[in-house]
Ligand binder design. Structure first.
Ligand code: CP
Length: 349
């Protein structure tokens, strides 16, 4: 009797580029040589901005993430006895749950605040005083706050590391690491020496780099890989979509950036299509570029991947969930492993 493979599984196997009996393609673990010293440099450091990461640190964090992802069993529990203070003052599904999942999986304990009105902040306590207290209660803080400056105010009173899990419209550096991990898993050849021209990528970002912290942080990481990114096309219909000096900073690092309002014209040439339509601002969210939508009729290259930081709205049709273009769920899944790599590098005995 012939074992029939469910069509969904067949598609997934093909998407993950593996077929029984055929030599498997190279992975990140094959291509990147381990350099533990690079991730060890992060020990004890806070992570506020994507600007802090050197190229080799990004690569090594992705390699370590791949190691965690392929092992699935983490052997020792390096965070046993360590306490994470999880402070999310703004809604989150993925970031909070993935950080907390990581901490549990690595053996640590968690205390959390999901509403600042249940803390002394409601009585006017300063963030630096809250931070002073946190020094005694935990070993690392992960903070999401809609105020761009809150993380800097916390830093003033903290002697333990703090991780920026999204500060207003400014940055979301660990999401950007997760995005890079998805890209390098999809095409690890980008990390080889002398990448052939045909393997280099064109990237569309449908979003607003000025208002979207995910986009801002990702562009900063892209700027370290301008040698393998032919161009980034920002698909955006409102002004230039950049803060003053933001585009110039990226271009000075060698990133080739173009702005276009014509998504349909740009898509057929793109290898990676990153889309997002919301920016959290204050107590609510702004929507950007709702005229741009991806669905099964979008003129995508056959092997193009779609990334989305999620949560999604109408801009990304669920019709694409079962397509080969769907890398957004892998991106969200990989965030656990990249955060595992980051946390185990920052917190060391
Ligand atoms: N990508 C992201 O930040 O998702 P959450 O808002 O669910 O954390």
């Amino acid at each position: 009797m012939v074992n029939k493979v469910h069509p969904k599984l067949e598609e997934r196997v093909e998407k993950e580029n593996w077929t029984e009996g055929i030599e498997r393609p190279l992975t990140l673990l094959d291509i990147v040589t381990e350099q533990p010293g690079k991730t060890a440099e992060l020990a004890g450091h806070s992570i506020i901005s994507s600007r802090q990461f050197e190229r080799e640190q990004i690569i090594q964090l992705c390699r370590l993430a791949a190691k965690f992802e392929t092992q699935q069993s983490f052997g020792q529990f390096p965070l046993t006895g360590k306490i994470l203070i999880s402070a999310f003052y703004e809604p989150s599904t993925r970031t909070r749950l993935s950080f907390e999942s990581v901490w549990h999986r690595l053996g640590g304990d968690i205390i959390s605040i999901t509403d600042p009105s249940t803390t002394g902040i409601a009585k006017g306590e300063s963030l630096s005083d809250v931070a002073e207290m946190m020094n005694h209660y935990g070993d690392v803080v992960v903070l999401r706050d809609s105020n761009n400056n809150a993380i800097y105010e916390m830093l003033e009173g903290l002697r333990i590391p703090i991780i920026n899990a999204g500060n207003g419209t400014d940055e979301h550096p660990t999401q950007a690491l997760a995005d890079m991990y998805a890209i390098f898993k999809w095409r690890p050849e980008l990390l080889m020496e002398d990448v052939p021209e045909e393997k280099k990528v064109r990237i569309a970002i449908i979003g607003n780099p000025r208002r979207m912290r995910t986009v801002r942080s990702l562009l900063l990481l892209f700027s370290q890989f301008s040698d393998v990114i032919c161009e980034v096309v920002i698909i955006c219909n409102r002004d230039t979509g950049f803060d003053e000096g933001q585009k110039e900073e990226l271009e000075n690092e060698g990133l080739n950036i173009r702005i276009s309002a014509d998504m349909e014209r740009e898509l057929p040439a793109m290898d990676i299509v990153y889309i997002n339509a919301i920016a959290w601002v204050g107590d609510t969210y702004e929507e950007h570029g709702l005229e741009y939508k991806l669905d099964k009729d979008s003129p995508l290259k056959s092997d193009a991947i779609i990334l989305h930081p999620l949560a999604r709205g109408d801009e990304l049709s669920t019709e694409l969930d079962d397509s080969k273009h769907n890398w957004y769920f892998a991106q969200a899944r990989g965030a656990v492993f990249v955060r595992m790599a980051l946390m185990s590098s920052i917190v060391r005995f």
